[in-house]
Write a protein that binds this ligand. Sequence first.
Ligand code: ADP
Length: 282
Amino acid sequence: MIPESIKTEIETTLDQPVTETTPLHGGDINSAVKVGMESGATYFLKWNKRAAEDMFEAEAKGLQLLASADTELIVPEVLAVGKEHLLLEFIEERNSGASFDFGVQLARLHKSSNELFGLDHSNYIGRLPQSNKYHPDWLEFFMRERLEPQVKMAVDSGKLSKEFTTIFDRVMNYTYVVFPNEPPALLHGDLWGGNYMFTDDGTACIYDPAVYFGHREIDIAMTKLFGGFEPDFYNGYNEEYPLERGWEERIKLCNLYPVLVHANLFGGSYCNQAEALLRQFF
Ligand code: ADP
C-alpha cells in the first residue's frame, strides 16, 4: 500500500527491505503506516503524493527544533525526509500517562524564546501554508500572519462572505483584545489531542507540529479546542510557568486561527463557527 517509489526510497535509506506494513489511523491529511524492516526494526512513515514540495521538509525542521529545546518531551527522531514522505522513529503509544509532567514540559518548551515573533522559514498547518514573517509585536503577528491569510483564503474560495476582507484594516485600532506582554515562546503550533501521545514510560510525545515563536496562550488554547486535556496538565503547566490572568477569556480569540484553518480545510460547520467568531471579535 506504500507507493512503490517511496518504498524504494526507504529501502535505499535503511539499506534493507520492508517486510511488513501496518496502516495507522488518526491523521487528517496524510497516509501513515508502521513499517517493519527485515532487521526487525520498525519505523513510522507518512506520505502524501500531492503534498506541497517542502511540506515534509518543514515538518522535519519543526520536529528538530522541538527536539533541540530543553525539555523532557519525546519528539520522534527524523530518519529521512523527501518531497512526498517523512520517515520517523516509531513511538509506542500507551493509553494514559503523566499529564502533570506533560504540562511542566510544555511550559519548559514555552520558555525557549527568541527576539521576535515568527520563524526563519514558513511552514504548514495541516496542508495549508503558514507564513512566519518576523514581527516585534504579537498582536500584529497574529493578525497579519495568522488570521488575515486564512480569512483571505476563505473569502477567495467562497467559504466566508466578502465583508470580512476589510476587517483587518481596522485591527490596529482594536484595543479590546490585549494579550499580556510576554516573550515569544517556542510553540508546537498545532497542539490538539491528536498530536500528542503518552509513551511506554508515561512520558508525553509530541508530533505533527506547525512550530514558530508565538504567544504561548496559542498552544494552551489549542489544547482546549476539542474538549481540553486532563486538569493535571494545566496544573503542571501553571506550576512551571503560570499563565497570566484572563487567559481563559482569550481562548476563543486564539482558537479563531485553528477554526479558520478547519474552515479552509474541511468547510461545513467550521465556516459558521469562524463567521460567528469573526463577528464577535471584529
Ligand atoms: P497527519 O499529518 O496526517 O495529521 P500525524 O503525524 O498526526 O498525521 O500521524 C497520524 C497518526 O499516527 C497520529 O495520530 C499518531 O497516532 C500516529 N503517529 C504519529 N507519529 C508517530 C510516530 N512517530 N510513531 C508512532 N505513531 C505515530
